[in-house]
Ligand binder design. Structure first.
Ligand SMILES: Cc1ncc(COP(=O)(O)O)c(C=O)c1O
Length: 460
């Protein structure tokens, strides 16, 4: 039997997008403005300059330009690891015996092992252009820190990474890779910053969280001349850079006369899902198509499905601008789930707005052991070892495909395979040994997190 659609759908370098797509320019309503943490007034672009690079601060606030040119130097960097393939999951379809057609956009084909390099390449470029000498950041799973270490090595900037302590213990090789690329890696919370010392004094046994690590990274950046802080998710600028995923995927689907009925992405801070869905959302907003978007999060850290839509700090130390987002409260400490990149109390304010308005159709929370059931099944037939974060999307893609089997519908499913799990073997070993903990926070634990939401006179 001849296959009409090849296993892998590739673009050539010449077909790669030369602009990012800024979905905010097409939205009728913008997300609520960021508030200054001191004055509680809407923040101005210039007020972001002490923390972020100027060009990135401008991108953060830009809701008018539909397309933003990808600088030629960034395009050249992208060509080292892009375009990435869209892959037809024939083997998985066969195993599930489903009429659904399953495709995935595979972003794991670079040393960082994830989509994070798409934004790291851009952010470090703008820092270099501004004449900065160094950057600080946080990392959970380690993919973002590795991506940034690679980009800093490429452009010649210094980098200090605050790595969530439990991840640094679970994944010592990740730390070694970052160090190989020249980064300094500090397990967080640490006693190298004031905020780290305060968190340790209150929670001496804590395994850390992305929120803590962000606070430490910001403190170091604002106390070091020539340094700025960069963030690998949540922000509009990051979703903008990640739009390359969806722009490429849409072209690739068009090349084979396909269009997704369902688009699925895991959601930690929302960057891969925002990037994958962006180009398809443009069609939805224009009334040309009606793809169904699904966000998948861990049941242990359920920001969308059990969080509040409220203003909150993006970090535990409460130094970042306040953003209105689905959040569990910046004081919420998620249990040590193996998908470190999804252990974040909040969510992109842009995706939060889309979810609130029904443009992001659905969010689901899944338990860790079911995620690893899916990861293992997928690895065996498709031969890619997925990152635990990415496996959340696989779980839901499988569930949707099985639903198609029941109804007999031949839906086209596209999911984001954001990365590989080669450094996550402790998690796979725990799964295999039956040691996986499916902890789901109680309502009381969530209430304790919500109690840390800021009080803003006249707003909440
Ligand atoms: C492989 C992988 N996928 C997904 C995520 C989640 O991040 P985001 O929601 O920003 O895409 C991470 C974050 O570290 C990651 O490493």
């Amino acid at each position: 039997m001849t296959r009409k659609v090849p296993k892998k759908i590739y673009l050539t370098e010449d077909q790669m997008p030369r602009q990012w797509y800024n979905m905010r320019a097409d939205l009728k309503e913008q997300h609520a403005p960021y508030l200054h943490p001191g004055t509680l007034q809407p923040i101005k672009t210039e007020e972001l300059f002490p923390i972020f690079c100027e060009e990135l601060a401008k991108q953060e606030m830009n809701n008018t330009d539909r397309f933003i040119d990808i600088p030629e130097e960034v395009q050249n960097f992208y060509k080292i690891f892009r375009p990435s393939p869209v892959i037809r999951a024939y083997e998985l379809e066969k195993l599930l015996d489903t009429p659904a057609k399953i495709y995935y956009k595979f972003e794991g084909n670079n040393t960082s092992g994830s989509h994070k390099l798409n934004s790291a390449a851009a952010q470090v470029y703008y820092a270099k252009q501004q004449g900065l000498t160094g950057l600080t950041t946080e990392t959970g799973a380690g993919q973002w820190g590795t991506a940034l270490a690679m980009a800093c090595a490429y452009y010649g900037l210094d980098l200090t990474v605050f790595m969530v302590r439990v991840s640094s213990e679970q994944k010592p090789y990740r730390k070694a890779v970052m160090e190989t690329f020249g980064a300094k890696v500090i397990p967080s919370p640490s006693n190298t910053t004031e905020v780290g010392r305060a968190i340790l004094a209150e929670f001496p046994e804590t395994g850390g969280s992305l929120g803590c690590a962000i606070s430490e990274a910001i403190e170091l950046a604002t106390h070091s001349s020539g340094y700025r802080y960069v963030l690998g998710s949540v922000l509009n600028q990051v979703l903008l850079h990640q739009s390359i995923i969806g722009l490429e995927a849409k072209q690739q689907m068009e090349m084979i006369d396909e269009y997704p009925d369902i688009v699925i992405g895991c959601a930690g801070g929302g960057s891969n899902l925002g990037g994958l869905m962006a180009a398809f959302l443009a069609d939805k907003l224009a009334g040309k198509a009606n793809p169904y978007f699904i966000a998948v999060e861990p049941a242990s850290c359920p920001s969308f499905t059990r969080g509040r839509y409220a203003y909150d700090f993006c970090d535990t130390g409460k130094v970042t601008p306040l953003s209105k987002m689905y959040t569990l409260g910046s004081g919420f400490m998620p249990s040590p789930n193996h998908a470190g990149g999804l252990r974040y109390h909040g969510m992109s304010p842009l995706l939060s707005k889309l979810y609130h308005d029904g443009l992001l159709d659905k969010a689901v929370a899944v338990e860790q052991s079911k995620v690893f059931d899916a990861a293992t099944l997928f690895a065996r037939v498709e031969t890619i070892l997925p990152a635990p974060e990415s496996a959340h999307a696989i779980r839901t893609a499988i569930d949707e495909a099985l639903r198609c089997k029941e109804t007999g519908e031949a839906k086209t499913i596209l999911f984001g395979l954001t990365g590989t799990g080669n450094y996550d073997m402790q998690a796979y070993m725990d799964y295999k040994a039956g040691r996986m903990n499916d902890y789901i926070p109680t309502d009381e634990e969530l209430a304790a997190g919500f109690a840390t939401l800021p009080k803003i006179p006249g707003i909440q």
